[in-house]
Ligand binder design. Sequence first.
Ligand SMILES: [Zn+2]
Ligand SMILES: [Zn+2]
Length: 339
Amino acid sequence: MPKMRAVQIPTARGEFQIVERDIPQPGPGAVRLKVQACGICHSDEYAKEGSRPGITYPRVPGHEVAGVVDAIGSGVLGWETGQRVGVGWHGGHCGYCNSCRRGDFVTCSLGRQITGLTCDGGYTEYMVISAAALAKIPEAIPATDAGPLFCAGVTTFNALRNSGARTGDLVAILGLGGLGHLGVQFAAKMGFETVGIARGKDKESFAKQLGAKHYIDAGAQNVAAELEKLGGAKVILSTVTSGKAVNAAIGGMGINGKTILVGNPDRPLEIPGRLLIGGRRSVSGWPSGSPIDSQDTLAYCALHGIRPMTEIYPLERAAEAYARMLSGEARFRVVLSIS
Ligand SMILES: [Zn+2]
Ligand SMILES: [Zn+2]
């Protein structure tokens, strides 16, 4: 049996282990990927800490996978060996629940697989995944850039393109980290009047390099008042986990404005009812997307030269790379380069 190297978590709250495993065989409906790169995401913490139901161990984490199709299981149509593909959070769906029957695979309620949580993910040389989870990677995008686009990329791209904002509208991106630095690039390329919001004067030139027309320093300025001065935001895309920061921005929504959460705030939001009622404002959230949404994201990035900023580590330094991601110091996505 040929072997491969993989990084696994032996049990909830266990340390990362580098292990040798048999190279897995794809069953019916599945393919095997030769993994080239895998991004490390804050959501990998669910696998590491066991803080979500339904995770069994040992588990190989990682849901920002880029590689090539290496072997194809029975009954799989439309994919060829050697094709460049990737996988994100969505690792497969049941096909028969009410959501799936409506074509809304992301909210599959009966058999949804989450890559790196309910099935093994991409901290490995080879992995097997449902063919329904695959998305194509364009030639122009290297694997280490593709990885984070399967999570931070599709989440911000898909939230913005489904936000209802139109070309020329004022769109604010709250936070300039892993999600936010992509969100600003997408918003600018989509033709929105883009506002970057972060803490510190020093981030202004960076926000503008990414395409922001305006910058608000949340450490020194009243974010809501500054957005109001600009006419009020049609969309505030909130990528941060600080509930305090979200609360400080929410009043900056314009008429018919919408705040869309893609980061999970660490405290309940304070939203005055009159703010929502008077100007038909709303607060909503957005989960990442389906595999075809990922494919659209990567195609858009290839078309417009949008790339994540990354820090690259080899597979055997996964524990160190994970710690670097957790530190919040990385600029901006930490990625394992595997083969
Ligand atoms: Zn992620
Ligand atoms: Zn389903």
